[in-house]
Design a protein around this ligand. Structure first.
Ligand code: NAP
Length: 341
């Protein structure tokens, strides 16, 4: 049975610890409660907002007149397995990294490079989480969600999710808050893992002289590297990368390389990926502060709340970085976290 609270402070629900107040707030564990929430929202004339653990969400200041829903279901199980692979089903409310640890313990390969990514399993498909060469889309087979528009449970295949680089149908304007992801099903492999082809990971194993690491060695490497570069959200509130790496056309990439020969570029299926961190660092903005907002000194993509920051201050800092990047490189940076105002 749905229990709705009123006037709930939102800052504790965002890893940035910024945010005003939710007019309505409820926890959802199943489709029945989702249906009740739909009816409640209709009666009150407010929209629903689906939230995960808040690791990639930024809330506006003031009272936000909506019904905020947090997913509270749990459980991970093997749905089926054969000699070479296993299908695992993870409840949307499970912590993502605990699910990765669970898979690694059982020697299931495919998500080990996604170790240490904060947030819930249900939020993982929204931005098609990715790190060190692995993306959720590489293993996701299908997911189960409550569709607030249709008012029923639906199953969406990986194709229907239309996964792109840090993007999926769930981030598109027309689908925002339409789906509440209750479970995801992944196909993981039982084959041996590879060292991710990323500089930090290669250096890590190179220095240790390990050529064929085990799955848990790869997980530990990723956890260690992340911990050395990224601020702990409990100490320095942050939502990870604040901007997505821009994807440009071949022509633009060539033009940029003529002007900035050191610029790192990576060819991917949809174009050429530019490192947003490099752009910001090249402008000398790494480590700079803008009032209560700081750009983390060890990672130029991470905005940190230095204490008492407001959404307005965050917006201003983000706009300033976007303007500086655009005027120097003619590249538009798009924020990665979702804004709820
Ligand atoms: P990094 O290894 O210093 O690399 C800098 C950038 O170059 C990354 O954005 C990465 O793209 C790209 N890159 C490096 N080697 C590549 C290769 N072999 N093929 C394709 N692209 C390559 O990056 P980092 O900042 O320390 O992050 C390490 C990984 O964790 C990255 O995959 C990053 O996306 C992920 N991460 C994500 C978040 C988040 O909040 N979303 C936060 C921290 C780290 P990609 O970003 O596309 O991989």
């Amino acid at each position: 049975m749905l229990s709705v609270r009123e006037q709930v402070p939102l800052a504790p629900f965002s890893f940035l610890r910024i945010g005003g107040t939710a007019q309505f707030f409820a926890e959802i564990s199943n489709a029945g409660e989702a249906e009740e929430a739909r009816q409640f929202a209709r009666k009150q004339g407010v929209e629903v907002i689906v939230m995960g653990e808040g690791s990639n969400t930024v809330f506006g200041d003031g009272v936000i007149g909506r019904l905020f829903l947090q997913i509270g279901n749990h459980g991970i199980r093997i749905a089926s397995e054969d000699e070479g692979s296993a299908l695992i089903t993870i409840a949307g409310g499970e912590n993502w990294d605990e699910a990765v640890a669970w898979a690694v313990e059982r020697n299931f390969t495919g998500i080990e490079a996604l170790s240490g990514i904060p947030g819930s399993a249900g939020a993982a498909p929204v931005q098609n989480i990715g790190a060190y060469g692995q993306e959720l889309k590489d293993t996701l087979l299908e997911l189960g969600a409550y569709d607030f528009t249709a008012g029923k449970l639906v199953t969406l295949t990986d194709r229907e999710c239309d996964f792109q680089y840090r993007d999926s149908i769930f981030r598109r304007e027309e689908n925002r808050n339409r789906f509440l992801i209750l479970r995801i099903t992944l196909r993981l492999s039982k084959s041996n893992p590879h060292i991710p082809n990323y500089p930090d990971v290669k250096t890590y194993f190179g220095e240790k002289g390990i050529e064929r690491p085990t799955l848990s060695e790869i997980r530990n490497a990723v956890l260690e590297i992340r911990a050395s570069k990224l601020p702990n959200p409990k100490e320095f509130p942050n939502v990870g990368s604040f901007f997505k790496n821009p994807i440009v056309t071949e022509d633009t990439a060539e033009r940029l390389l003529r002007e900035f020969p050191d610029m790192p570029q990576y060819r991917i299926s949809s174009g050429v990926k530019i490192s947003a961190a490099w752009l910001i660092e090249t402008l000398g903005l790494k480590g700079k502060t803008f009032g209560a907002i700081g750009i983390y000194e060890k990672h130029a993509l991470v905005f940190v709340n230095r204490g008492g920051a407001t959404f307005r201050e965050l917006r201003e800092a983000a706009s300033l970085v976007q303007e500086r990047v655009f005027s120097r490189f003619s590249i538009q940076l798009d924020p990665e976290p979702l804004f709820v105002e």
